[in-house]
Design a protein around this ligand. Structure first.
Ligand code: 3EB
Length: 371
């Protein structure tokens, strides 16, 4: 019997008054976005940087940095390479361990795992090894709560020996969580899983000392309860998590697509898929009491598009919903189900909203059917 333990939220979400977002100013996002190839920013001292995420720079690995740096080989459709510089409090430690590098600041640990030689046919073991390294690094540094994981795998939709690469990834991920269970009271992390056109497996993640609050999407079945038709192991991720950060909170919206219940909707219709995806994101925002029009420079969205020609349509339709101050990037990548044309994830900084709940510790319950 293989099971992962998961519990319902040990914290209560104090609803964010939309008016407080508009009135008191919006808390800042904990990263800076640079739309050039720079790996440094004159305004940011290195001891405040936890790590870098570089999209679309696969030809430029010479731009080496002493910081944990994720090189994600997905093309930016609206621009050249983009770098996210993840900011922290003054950094107190970190380590490069084999393929994993991390840095932490007493509150947050940022980690990157890269296996440049990973091949689609062996992705199950690659994923298991990556997750083992991630969990060991986070647990041993004292940041046992994994809040958010970004996964990038080669040829995600390819079928090999009757199993899609994404399904094999889900098996490897589950095996790692079975071996090194999440701590009691932990939320299942928010996540995304995107296909890249070249070999190599990358993930980057954020972990903390405190648990996050997982959020459900009432329009969708929990991914970890998908029926078996989507693969032998259900995807272990939460639709969103709310992470306490000092006196504010960070809302991570997982990769979100045109799925209602557990079924893909609007095959081959990109605009309808975008509308459905936006309805799913709106349902998550509703959990914390906000709507798209409340957002400004406290929010950032990443849009993954399977087909480049869809870019102008999607950009323009999104601009009708997202206020102009909301930054966004568009990356060309494969979505984990071949029926899906796009996926959107988001990060939103909210005014202080998370407080310990007085209710008794939640009962542990299995999130996975047994094999
Ligand atoms: C979905 O809702 C779309 O396996 O980690 C989105 C986010 C998706 C994360 C994952 C998969 C994952 O099922 C796919």
């Amino acid at each position: 019997m293989t099971r992962v333990l998961m519990s319902s939220a040990p914290l209560a979400v104090q609803r964010t008054a939309a008016s407080s977002l508009r009135a008191a100013g919006r808390p800042a996002l904990p990263f800076r976005i640079r739309r050039d190839n720079a790996a440094t920013d004159p305004g940011i001292p290195v001891h405040r940087l936890l790590g870098l995420i570089r999209y679309g720079d696969s030809d430029d690995r010479e731009a080496a940095s002493p910081l944990p740096t994720a090189h994600i080989p997905l093309r930016c459709l609206d621009h050249g390479p983009v770098t996210l510089m993840w900011l922290g409090r003054p950094v107190i430690g970190g380590s490069p361990v084999d393929r994993l590098a991390c840095r932490f600041d007493g509150e947050t640990l940022f980690g990157v795992y890269q296996d440049e030689r990973a091949e689609p046919a062996t992705i199950e073991n690659t994923t298991d090894a990556a997750y083992r390294a991630m969990l060991e690094a986070a647990y041993s540094a004292g940041y046992p709560h994994i809040h958010r994981i970004w996964n990038y795998l080669p040829d995600i939709n390819r079928e090999i020996a009757g199993l899609e690469v994404y399904q094999a990834f889900c098996i490897g991920r589950q095996r790692a969580f079975d071996r090194d269970p999440l701590p009691a009271g932990a939320a299942v992390p928010a996540a995304c899983a995107i296909g890249t056109p070249i070999p190599g497996f990358s993930l980057y993640f954020l972990a903390g000392q405190q648990p996050a609050v997982p959020l459900s999407n009432p329009r969708q079945v929990e991914a970890y309860q998908y029926p078996p038709q989507y693969g032998p192991r259900s995807p272990a991720f939460s639709r969103a998590v709310l992470v306490p950060q000092g006196c504010s909170a960070l809302l991570h919206l997982s990769g979100t697509a045109s799925i209602v219940g557990h079924e893909s909707r609007h095959l081959d219709r990109v605009q309808a898929q975008l509308s459905e995806t936006l309805a799913n994101l709106a349902a998550l925002l509703q959990q914390v009491g906000i709507v798209f029009s409340d957002l400004g420079d406290n929010a950032f969205f990443t849009v993954y598009l399977r087909h480049e020609p869809h870019f102008p349509l999607v950009r323009d339709q999104l601009a009708e919903v997202l206020p102009p101050a909301v930054d966004r990037i568009f990356l060309q990548g494969d979505i984990c189900r071949s029926s899906l044309l796009l996926e959107i994830e988001g990060i939103i900084a909210l005014p202080g909203t998370v407080r310990p709940d007085a209710s008794p510790p939640p009962r542990k319950r299995p999130i996975h059917r047994s094999s």
